[in-house]
Write a protein that binds this ligand. Structure first.
Ligand code: CA
Length: 423
């Protein structure tokens, strides 16, 4: 069988240089057009391949796929078939798109019907998100935040190096890239006031994260080992965990954030499979002190993904505000899922587990404005000459991510959202 990750593979579909979606990627998503209700598709170059058309016209025969599996407005049913079945479908699509494979290439009616230009599609949330958990797994981020708000010897709290710290977030307010977010209003307590006030947040921030999506339902009381965790993970997306720092600061003690986070989170529309990311595995940071046995992993469990954040004010040229890498994460996805289930918590198809803000070691690699502006003390200068400590109305935050080797780029597309005034 041809390796679908082989960098020498070429598609008969035109793929522009530097496209996020060469034949080696083939991420899954849900799209709709002006004349088509939401259905499942795969990105290739500047096009989307309509999986309903391929399935209904016999191109996916022999894979044992249930009738109508792609004719749905969410990928949950497809994900529930498991990681292995997803890999088989990706392998078959790779074959159908290969420049030396004639089956679809030479069928001009079918290829006309199956390919839709990405200009004509509106991407939807790819999954109905069952549950959302947010971790806090970047040592650099946790150290930065700790040193801002605590004395130097307590920058990391005692449990941080023993377990992947996390909390349960809100699934209902997760939206797909391109959806605007209104500046939230809630209680904040100004430093010069005795009492809290109800007003729009003055410290609206982004958090650069990568999230994984699960593809199995486990039983309450069972656990997933770190060794088996990736069997339950379909792929990754980019994730912006919008945060209102002043709301968060007033409400968070002792139980953690609520309204400072649950007004909206944004995810990129394409699920990039772990299969496509296989060539980009790297070893993560050494764990010291040694972790408990259920958190031990062997081999390369981190991924070398370049991540970037831009802020665009109105129609001005976007300003790059961060460039970092997913490989810096102290806790990896295997450890996160093993920890999440070690007490018997069940996992569901379509759960989303976010990494926590991803910051690198240097100031240009911080994953939030809280760190970049050091809680407002160091304003950053935008391309248009204006300054930012936190986000202003009309700002659009754009996140991008990709892995690359031999000139082949496995990308995520965009995770973007514009800030609208409070309502
Ligand atoms: Ca977060």
């Amino acid at each position: 069988m041809v390796n679908a990750n082989d960098t020498k593979l070429k598609s008969w579909v035109d793929v522009p240089k530097d496209s996020d979606f060469p034949i080696q990627n083939l991420p899954f998503g849900i799209f709709k057009t002006n004349y088509l209700h939401p259905v499942a598709g795969v990105a290739i170059g500047n096009h989307v391949l309509d999986l309903v058309y391929l399935h209904e016209n016999g191109f996916l025969d022999g894979l044992g796929l249930p009738y109508g599996i792609f004719n749905q407005n969410e990928l949950n049913g497809f994900l529930a078939l498991g990681r292995k079945k997803g890999g088989e479908v990706r392998q078959r699509i790779s074959e159908l798109l290969r420049h030396d494979h004639d089956e679809l290439k030479s069928n001009f009616v079918a290829r006309e019907m199956a390919l839709v230009h990405r200009n004509e599609v509106q991407m939807q949330l790819p999954v109905r998100i069952s549950n959302y958990t947010d971790f806090y797994s970047s040592e650099e981020h946790a150290t930065n935040v700790g040193s801002m708000f605590r004395e130097p010897k307590n920058t990391l709290l005692p449990s941080w190096k023993h377990l992947p710290v996390g909390y349960h977030g809100r699934a209902s307010s997760i939206v797909v890239s391109g959806t605007p977010i209104h500046r939230p209003k809630a209680q904040i307590k100004p430093a010069d006031s005795e009492l809290p006030v109800f007003c729009p947040t003055q410290k609206l921030d982004f958090e650069l994260e990568v999230a994984f999506i699960t593809c199995s339902n486990t039983l309450l009381g069972s656990r997933i080992s770190a060794k088996d965790a990736e069997d339950h993970i379909f792929g990754l997306v980019l994730f912006n965990d919008w945060s209102a720092r002043d709301i968060q600061q007033w409400e968070s003690v002792p139980l953690g954030p609520l309204l400072g986070k649950n007004f909206g989170s944004t995810m990129s529309p394409w699920i990039v499979t772990l299969d496509a990311l296989e060539p980009f595995r790297v070893k993560g940071p050494e764990h010291f002190p040694q972790v408990l046995p259920y958190l031990l992993v062997e081999g390369k469990k981190n991924f070398d993904l370049t991540l970037q954040v831009f802020i665009q004010s109105g129609l001005s040229v976007p300003t790059t505000v961060s460039r970092t890498n997913f490989k810096y994460m102290y806790w990896n996805i295997n450890q996160q899922l093993a920890h999440h289930t070690v007490n018997g918590c069940n996992v569901q198809v379509g759960d989303l587990y976010a990494s926590g803000t991803i910051s690198g070691p240097s100031p240009g690699s911080y994953g939030s404005l809280l760190e970049i502006s050091w809680n407002g003390q160091r304003p950053l200068t935008m391309q248009d000459g204006s300054h930012r400590t936190f986000l202003e109305d009309g700002d659009t935050v754009i996140m991008k991510g990709h892995a690359e080797r031999d000139g082949v780029r496995i990308g995520f597309g965009e995770c973007s959202g514009e800030i609208l005034p409070s309502t």
